[in-house]
Design a binder for this molecule. Sequence first.
Ligand code: UDP
Length: 205
Amino acid sequence: MVASTSEVYGDPLVHPQHEGYLGNVNPVGTRGVYDEAKRYAEAITMAYHRHHGVDTRIVRIFNTYGPHMRPDDGRMIPNFIHQALSGSPLTIYGDGSQTRSVQYVDDLIEGVLRLMRSAETRPVNIGNPVEYTVREVAEAILRLTGSESPLAHEPLPADDPKQRRPDITRAREILGWEPKVGAEEGLKTTIDWFAGGAAKTAAGG
Ligand code: UDP
């Protein structure tokens, strides 16, 4: 099984993204190495499957969050939770109107296990199709933490995808899978972990 990514779709021109969409990746952009490496991983996986008969799986993982992420991970949800809990400004890149669809880690693991146990060798999207703007995620985290941190705008990184949402028809039909944990519940669990467990981990506990 190769752990691929929604990044294979690049800055998508088709929305939501189904597995048949071939993507819109800038090979020479700042995200090009990651995106093309994952696309190549898929290509070589299929070559081994077709040419050598290897039994393969490809999971395209969309944005995922949950406990045990590093507070300095750099991604949106750990950044915002860490900033909200420490009273520092939440750093919104660009105007915050870009969208992501965020899935709780337990849902991802269930999807991965079901794919592994299936006979599906085509790529399968595993992600939560509920889509939020980055600003909405920041506001939800402020509300759920009760933080009074302000929002601070920083420049949008180059080639930051403007929108992302999985079409999970294939996972629904073939794996009987769909996400079970909503953002409110998943974020609360993650915030609780950051408020307690993250501090203990940082202290070596
Ligand atoms: N983002 C943000 N502030 C942060 C971290 C991320 O506004 O402190 C934005 C980022 O520009 C992107 C979105 O949140 O539009 C998701 O970023 P992340 O790095 O989590 O995932 P990816 O861009 O790989 O989907």
